[in-house]
Write a protein that binds this ligand. Structure first.
Ligand SMILES: NC(=O)c1ccc[n+]([C@@H]2O[C@H](COP(=O)([O-])OP(=O)(O)OC[C@H]3O[C@@H](n4cnc5c(N)ncnc54)[C@H](O)[C@@H]3O)[C@@H](O)[C@H]2O)c1
Length: 318
């Protein structure tokens, strides 16, 4: 009998990693997860995951990847203001940490690695929808993620590792980190409105974002893992549609009927005006995003109502 396939997920206690682990387990893989719990929480981690609390920069991760068929590398410093305030730490985790994960994978003879890259790679590109061809990362987060991607490319060339790079746009859904000082826009609106507080919009609210629901991202994770045609390639993972922050407010308000008007605060620096993914490459492999924004928002509201509000936790001050 062939053994059950074993997949490692770094950043397994975070938003995307915890959702990915569940999807892999449901698909029949065994999952080993690594996270130092600097941003993620144990509560997010499915009980079936073989969990290791470890830093991706430490040599302790080397033995963990033995007999592993593939690695999803998601662990990263993801909070933009934290990256700006502590650029050395961001570079250390996102560049050197990625290097160490690649090295651990090479030493354990792992043949496949999937790297979680970001649409922030397109910060300086003003062509919409944006395809995978040109990048221009500018900010600390974007450049540090680019550094990690460059090492992935190097390991692909030097060690014939099957690397697939996924450039996620704005992923949303259950388990998104709502504890941040400035939480992702949807979670922030939903929690504040449920708590009868005014939602906060930074800037004019006209910035447009390509939002993609986490289950749709997971469907492409499976394609990246199982379809050999993804080896050595880069894919945008978005929905191919964008919404302004003001539109997101209106959609959430339609669902909640809170009657609360947003308050506008000064813009946050370093954020792109528009993101919009050209998803032609990912679609050419038979994948397409299926969850419409209203449906995704409904599911996110349900999660936040059950997990966050029932636990009587309040949103950090904004
Ligand atoms: N969520 C999005 O919209 C989005 C968009 C583009 C790219 N990405 C990328 O996807 C990946 C996952 O993002 P997310 O939204 O789930 O972020 P997240 O912050 O929720 O998860 C990241 C996880 O990595 C862990 N981590 C951080 N430093 C670590 C270290 N040194 N050692 C071990 N673990 C460490 C954190 O504890 C956290 O659980 C990241 O690589 C991010 O850059 C996410």
């Amino acid at each position: 009998m062939s053994r059950q396939k074993r997949v490692a997920v770094t950043g397994v206690a975070g938003f995307v990693g915890s959702n990915l682990a569940k999807r892999l387990l449901d698909r029949g893989y065994s999952v080993i997860g690594v996270d130092n719990l600097s941003a993620g929480t144990l509560e997010n981690v499915d009980g079936r995951v073989e969990f290791h609390e470890a830093d991706i920069r430490a040599p302790e991760i080397y033995p963990l990847f033995q007999k592993t068929d593939a690695v999803f590398h998601l662990a990263a410093k993801t909070c933009l203001p934290e990256c700006v305030n502590n650029p050395l730490e961001a570079a250390s985790v996102n560049v050197l940490g990625t290097m160490n994960v690649l090295e651990a994978a090479r030493r354990a003879n792992v043949r496949k690695l999937i790297y979680a890259d970001t649409s922030a790679e397109y910060e300086g590109i003003n062509e919409f929808p944006t395809n995978e061809e040109k990048i221009r990362p500018i900010g600390v987060y974007a450049v540090s993620k680019h550094g990690g991607a460059a090492f992935c490319e190097s390991y692909r060339e030097l060690h014939a590792m099957n690397v697939t790079v996924l450039r996620y746009f704005n992923v949303y859904g259950p388990a998104q980190d709502w504890r941040r000082v400035i939480p992702p826009v949807m979670s922030s609106f939903i929690i504040r409105m449920l708590q009868r507080e005014l939602p906060v919009i930074y800037g004019t609210g006209k910035k447009r974002r390509d939002f993609v629901y986490v289950d749709d991202v997971n469907e492409f994770h499976l394609v990246a893992l199982e379809d050999q045609r993804t080896n050595g390639r880069i894919f945008n993972i978005g929905s191919g549609i964008n919404f302004s922050v003001n539109e997101i407010y209106r959609l959430v308000e339609e669902l909640l009927g809170s009657g609360l008007q947003p308050i506008y605060k000064p813009d946050l620096p370093g954020e792109a005006e528009i993101t919009l993914a050209d998803i032609t490459s990912a679609k050419s492999l038979g994948w397409k995003p299926r969850i419409e924004i209203k449906d995704g928002l409904k599911r996110t509201i349900e999660y936040l109502q059950n997990k966050v509000l029932k636990a009587n936790v309040s949103l950090p001050g904004v």
